[in-house]
Design a protein around this ligand. Structure first.
Ligand code: PAF
Length: 326
């Protein structure tokens, strides 16, 4: 199996490191000596992080504090993804299309593209960016609540363990989906193939919609969502709005289930700072448009008021613009 991970952020590096340790490079299948050699590639924009990994390997700190250096084939050259069976996309939501567009002529109609990104709309962006000569690969959806942070160029820490599920646009769990889930389970972490991926996507959307902007604006770690009663109240309002929009879109999720999911992730990733908090601290673009912004757009279509999501979107946008103008 040839696997490419697109996006050398903390999560992309983590999954590439796990898969690279598990899948022996250039191992040939004994039952099928003619098969192409297995390989894991981490593809990303040129950066000090990617250069360090390509030269020295990735330094991975586990949740128990132990550290190892893992060799990863890291590259910015699109040609090196040629022949990938599975492409796992872990770039920021706003970069979905632009990050995979250079790869399109190196993929085939048999390549499976799996998005594990935050937010709504990633699969559609990937599908349109990958259309090439009338052919486009299959794009599957996934969500993960694993968490990682980048601590220095070439170094990441695995900070939170969670659930990973993958599924197809149609609900059928076919053998290829099962095979992709078992590749992830054997190589990275436990991954389930599910029929109801859209429910999972909306559940994760609620988690991100509540945790990310609140922690980013308040400047607090994820655990504060659980521990600070005012922030808990705000998280509940946001999650209830998401439940109302999801239900109107035909995805049955109730507010209580979503609030439990938000609190579960806030607890499991307690000391972590959310990706949106980290983005604002670094003056980087956030995923607000694909998270709360997308909820506002969906709600408008369904004529459902979502004032809390609207407020979060407006405040994070204002912070982004203020920082960009500095
Ligand atoms: O975006 C993030 O930070 C993560 O998706 C999550 C799960 C909220 C943990 O911080």
């Amino acid at each position: 199996m040839r696997i490419t991970v697109v996006g050398a952020g903390a999560m992309g590096t983590l999954v590439a490191a796990r898969l690279s340790s598990a899948i022996t490079p250039n191992a040939t299948d004994e039952d099928d000596p003619g098969a192409r050699p297995s390989q894991v590639v981490l593809y990303g924009r040129p950066s000090a992080h990617l250069d360090t990994i390509a030269r020295d390997g990735a330094t991975l700190t586990e949740r128990d504090g132990s550290t190892s250096v893992i060799r990863i084939h890291a590259t910015s050259d699109p040609a090196e993804v040629e022949g990938s069976d599975l492409l796992i996309c872990l770039v920021k939501a706003w970069a979905s299309g632009e990050s995979v567009a250079p790869l399109k002529s190196y993929l085939t109609r048999d390549t499976i593209v799996l998005t594990l990104q935050n937010g709504l709309g990633n699969a559609a962006q990937l599908r349109s960016a990958l259309l090439h000569d009338g052919v486009r690969p299959h794009v599957w959806l996934g969500v993960t609540t694993q968490a990682a942070i980048r601590t220095a160029p070439g170094a990441i820490t695995h900070t939170g363990s969670g659930i990973t599920v993958i599924g197809r646009k149609s609900s059928e769990v076919n053998p290829r989906l099962r095979e992709a889930a078992s590749t992830m389970t054997n190589g990275a972490w436990k991954t389930a193939a599910v029929e109801d991926i859209h429910r999972w996507v909306w559940r994760k959307l609620a988690v991100n919609a509540a945790i990310n902007p609140i922690t980013a604006l308040a400047g607090v770690p994820n655990r504060a969502i659980r521990e600070n009663s005012e922030l808990q109240k705000a998280a509940k309002i946001i999650a209830s709005e998401v439940a109302a929009v999801a239900t109107a879109r035909g995805i049955s999720l109730d507010a209580r289930e979503l609030i439990a999911a938000v609190n579960g992730v806030a607890e499991a990733t307690g000391d972590d700072r959310s990706s949106m908090l980290v983005d604002l601290e670094h003056g980087s673009r956030t995923e607000i448009e694909a998270i709360n912004g997308a909820i506002v757009s969906e709600a408008r279509r369904e004529r459902i008021p979502v004032p809390a999501n609207q407020l979060m979107t407006a405040l994070v946008r204002a912070r982004e613009r203020h920082q960009a103008a500095k």
